[in-house]
Design a protein around this ligand. Sequence first.
Ligand code: TMP
Length: 213
Amino acid sequence: MTRGLFISFEGIDGAGKSTHIERVAQLFRASGRVLVLTREPGGTPLSEKLRTLVLHDPMDALTEALLMFAARREHLVQVIEPALARGEVVLCDRFTDATFAYQGGGRGFDWQVLSQLEQMVQALPQGGLRQPDLTVWFDLDPSIAAERLANARVPDKFEAQPAAFFTAVRAAYAQRMAESPQRFARIDAAQSVSAVGEEVLGALQAWLKQVAA
Ligand code: TMP
């Protein structure tokens, strides 16, 4: 059976990942792979309810982190693990790196506590930890992201944060990449949409060759 693949997409709000996730999906569809396109927080009926709460209701930092991981646990058990076991490709718009970036970096929440929650929620029955096989990180200066987001949509709780918040989110993404460099592909998201698209496809194809070898 073909091996399941788990790919996550990350970046600060306004980095432009959605357009490119759709392109990556088309690439896999064209190669005949069965695809699951999903997102966090969300991806199951319960996790989508939790998404509405965390994106709109003010709450304590620990409550926010716990709800992110609760939504993730449900998503892993109901959607991600079964799809990977069937040999499918899971494309996930954000995963745990977003919790380290937003709750850890942005909110300043304890990194060690997040690591403990990660260990608990992503533990595999056979041992080890479920992590994406590849994380595509759209890295962008927060001031450019803010320009792109202006007037784009009504901001949620996170999108409404000041520039300093996103500077800290970006730094936390960089820290996650430094901790697991082999898992990350960093994309320079300041380029034009077509140049970003080329870079994403290039990184993906190089990675797929490596996985197949
Ligand atoms: P989205 O708008 O890209 O779908 O992401 C929803 C928002 O939730 C985005 O501002 C980032 C935030 N978020 C967290 O704060 N922690 C998390 O663990 C995840 C997955 C998202």
